[in-house]
Ligand binder design. Sequence first.
Ligand code: PLP
Length: 459
Amino acid sequence: MLDHLASTVSDSDFNWQAADAAHHLHPFSDHKSLHQGRVRIITSAEGVYLTDDVGNRILDGMAGLWCVAIGYGRQELVDAAAAQMKTLPFYNTFFKTATRPVISLAERLTAMAPGDLNHAFFACSGSEAVDTALRMARTFWITKGQPSKRVIIGREFGYHGSTTLGAAAGGMVDMHRQGAALPDFAHVMPPYWYGYGGQMSPEEFGLFAARQVEDKIREIGAENVAAFIGEPIQGAGGVIIPPETYWPEIQRICRAHDILLIADEVICGFGRTGRMFGSETFGITPDLMTLAKGITSGYIPLSAVLVGDRVADVLINDTGEFYHGFTYSGHPVACAVALANLDILESEHLAARAEASGIKLRAKLIAALGDQPIIGEIRGTGLIGAIELTADRRTRRFFEKRGRVGALCRDHCFSNNLVMRAVRDTMVFSPPLTITDAEMDDLVDRATTAIMATQADIR
Ligand code: PLP
């Protein structure tokens, strides 16, 4: 136990590293190896740059965890939070009550969303939104007198959060091994052309991957399947961008077999893919859509499930009480911040800007790195993208020990004050949508230094 804690939080001589090691359990971390080095302690941020406690200025190529769409330091969100805290810091939305911010946000989100997603349910995290959507899908079929329709089909490398239902729906086997493998969940291959497309064209492979869902439905029996859940672009699984043929075929299959379609837009929502929602970018009309992250640009926790008319009609008119919700569902301060965030996203046309900036950023990366032997592919849609590091660019061969080269590259990025994440040997990026041309040049310079150093290491 450290003997001088709370009163000393602002002391620069306080041993933050020791206190972190002694008392703080980090998410998704191997604690033993984490504390063999230093933990980077971030103390402030502005625009696309973070500052740490030893004065490094770090380019945040990940927008936090894919969430800080409008960049750091926007006073409008601070003002919205402060004003709401003064007027009404909290009231719940249970027991026949509501607050004005939650009503305004429900109205605004459903007006923005594609298709007939006319109802919104609020929670605090992406994982809770996914849990909610899955509970809604199963409740829908129970209410309709088809309780056997329970199975949720997800995809390998899919990520749907870290609650047990979300982790079971996702396709991360390490999470399944730690208690999150549940019955009534199934997984199919992702539409990962670079990795699994072989000799097929991307278009052929898109159809092939989608039809794995149909095969799985036939194997399980459509009478046992509740829903298919997918991220329009699989983010945490390595920015897997499906070929154009994939989503229309998925949609056809879900309709043909009467399976609900859940678009998990926790990363893709709010401009990331160059349109307000990934569903618009890929022409998806989902029955349920999960949103989080960009909804408040990460300034405060909030998430939502948007519900289409077909499901909402049943839940509203036939289910009776839906036994589900959270103390902070529709938290008024979070909703006020979300409204201010949407004002910025819309008035600064950040979705369109993401599309234009994404094109420029990929062109710059290709110009700087495209010919290097270690580069297998540079891909992206809007401002979410990936750089595949490869053992052989001609055959798209993976490195033998998957993940080692990616980790090396991530460490080089780290030493070059660039945050880029490694997923296996795929470097992924999703900077704030506000990134300027000069900041993109800076990102490309730092990424080039890191990747060239990685290439030198493995020669
Ligand atoms: N769904 C997707 C697609 C995500 O990328 C994430 C988080 O990265 C989640 C759900 C879970 O969100 P949270 O970490 O806010 O619970």
